[in-house]
Design a protein around this ligand. Structure first.
Ligand code: FAD
Length: 502
């Protein structure tokens, strides 16, 4: 072979690679790296997903006439690739890895094999990093970017105006779920022989890693991922918008798509997913606020987050605006807690590596912020615990969006709330041992006093350019000295008793 392509585990779609590859059929190289798998205690189902979908994809490539070199290394990707290049005289192309460390490693291979290796830009995303990267900063919000991408793609545009007259229909998208509302079923897949083999390998090799592996029901091929996309468009998209922020005991998916893992390794591409949603809207099968809300998550948040990563790495890895130093509460590992909302948000992560956006943001991150946990610890947890986690997408969401660790580059305020918000959006509090109506003292919902403690202590972050924030004002002027003392006492007791990772 005079030409070869190295395809990483999250680049599994030839439609996103240059056209010449399908015509010329160079050698395709895949590498399984034990060191990458061991670099964090990744969820066992995440590792299963990564390896099984890569193995399936490699087999599909051979079936469509490619020669494939499938290599396994004890080391990292650079070790595997260097070993291959030692015995290969042709030209090798790799696509810029979306994750920083792998990128650095492949670039070092490129400098060691200067005349043989070339890097091409990553084409699994819609927005061009160079066009937007310099804009990232506290004055540039996702919404500005999103409008530009709407214009660029023409998605939901009516000439120069947004479809329906508004750019954003979020006001219609904040409903809690009515009691007894029917809930959708999700198609599940039985593991085939390839997946079973991978499950065994992961169980034996990564025994101490996070999460359960007694079942595995995710798609691992493009065909299966397309079945899930069809199912979402048909059965859930229409209600995605209104119940996007809702939380429900015993159901951690509701009307969400659960497509992030397939978008993040290429089995599905962002444009096709958006175009299917648009098609449903134009056929009258899905309402505008749902389709707009869904498309905004993909061409807005997902793309913006990736540009933020490119602009902020690597320094952002150390971001810790509030200077919190506490370890992660142990319940993030065990799911064992009297707090129903935390139990409901951690358990599905242990069982399946997934919980939906509001659980990640308004329960897990909120609790981490209020318990003054080091955001880098939370960041690490999100990276290894979720099936859809890759550093480029989880880090901005954790250190930028949900913990305010970057000091306000991505979000304008920290995402924190008292038990009231959780009670409004969910039925968790009804099933909880704590009382959401009690503000302090024994059995009071900890979110209540922890929230006011946070507002008090982090008042500078809430106050806006000299103006006193509404909540800070509430604390200062509407709470009696006795209430303030009770908040401090309850907080101190709760934080002192909280079991944390050692
Ligand atoms: P849906 O609610 O159906 O949304 C549709 C799609 O939009 C998602 O599949 C995803 O591709 C995209 N999307 C939505 N919100 C975001 C966002 N904030 N950032 C980027 N893409 C978004 N997403 C990941 O893909 N990987 C992660 O590791 C990850 N970590 C997160 C950590 C925290 C603390 C928070 C608050 C969010 C995180 N997200 C992450 C974003 C979002 O929560 C998930 O993309 C979403 O929950 C995935 O489920 P879904 O496919 O059902 O999404």
């Amino acid at each position: 072979f005079d030409k070869a392509i190295f395809i990483l585990h999250d680049q599994l779609n030839l439609e996103a690679w240059p056209d010449w590859i399908k015509k010329e059929k160079p050698l395709l190289i895949f590498i399984e790296s034990k060191e990458k798998g061991e670099s964090l205690p990744y969820h066992k189902q995440k590792l299963t997903y990564v390896l099984s979908s890569m193995r399936h994809f490699a087999i599909e490539c051979t079936e469509s006439g490619f020669n494939v070199l499938y290599h396994s290394t004890e080391g990292h990707y650079d070790d595997g690739l260097s070993a291959i290049l030692d015995g290969f005289d042709g030209q090798l192309t790799f696509m810029t890895p979306s994750e920083w460390e792998t990128r650095e490693r492949l670039r070092s291979v490129k400098s060691n094999f200067e005349n043989q290796v070339q890097e091409i830009p990553n084409s699994f995303f819609l927005a061009d990093v160079d066009q937007w990267k310099d804009k990232i900063g506290p004055n540039y919000r996702m919404e500005y970017f999103y409008r530009e991408i709407r214009k660029q793609t023409g998605y939901l545009m009516d000439g120069d105006d947004p479809e329906g007259g508004e750019w954003n229909y979020d006001e219609d998208n904040r409903e809690s779920l009515p009691k007894n509302h029917p809930l959708p079923e999700f198609p599940l897949f039985e593991p085939d022989e390839i997946t079973k083999e991978v499950m065994q390998l992961i169980d034996e090799t990564f025994t101490d890693h996070f999460g359960e592996l007694n079942r595995f029901e995710y798609a691992v091929t493009r065909d299966q991922a397309c079945t899930l996309l069809d199912d979402f468009i048909e059965n859930r998209l229409d209600k995605f918008g209104p119940y996007e922020d809702a939380l429900k005991t015993g159901n951690h998916k509701l009307f969400h798509s659960q497509l992030s893992l397939y978008l993040n390794n290429g089995l599905l591409l962002p444009a096709e997913v958006c175009e299917r949603a648009l098609e449903a809207y134009h056929k009258g099968n899905a309402r505008l606020n749902s389709v707009e809300g869904f498309i905004r998550q993909i061409i807005g948040w997902r793309e913006f987050i990736r540009i933020y990563y490119e602009a902020m790495m690597p320094d952002v890895r150390d971001a810790n605006h509030f200077g919190f130093t506490n370890k992660l509460p142990s319940m993030f590992w065990t799911g064992k807690t009297k707090l129903k909302c935390m139990e409901e948000s951690v358990k599905p992560v242990i069982e399946e590596g997934y919980s939906h956006h509001i659980q990640r943001l308004m329960i897990l991150s909120n609790f981490s912020n209020l318990t003054e946990t080091d955001p880098r610890e939370l960041n690490r947890w999100f990276w290894f615990a979720y099936i859809d986690a890759y550093e480029w997408v989880e880090l901005p969401n954790v250190l930028g969006m949900s913990t305010f660790a970057d000091g306000g580059v991505l979000a304008s305020k920290p995402y924190v709330s008292s038990g009231n918000y959780i009670n409004k959006m969910s039925d968790y509090c009804k099933h909880c041992e704590y009382s959401v109506t009690k503000k302090t003292g024994e059995n009071a919902c900890p979110f209540n006093y922890l929230y006011w403690n946070f507002v008090d202590k982090q008042r500078d972050t809430f106050n806006d350019s000299g103006r006193v924030n509404f909540m800070v004002n509430m604390f200062d002027n509407r709470k009696s000295d006795q209430e303030k003392e009770a908040i401090r006492e309850s907080t101190e007791r709760f934080l002192a008793d909280l079991d944390r990772e050692s």
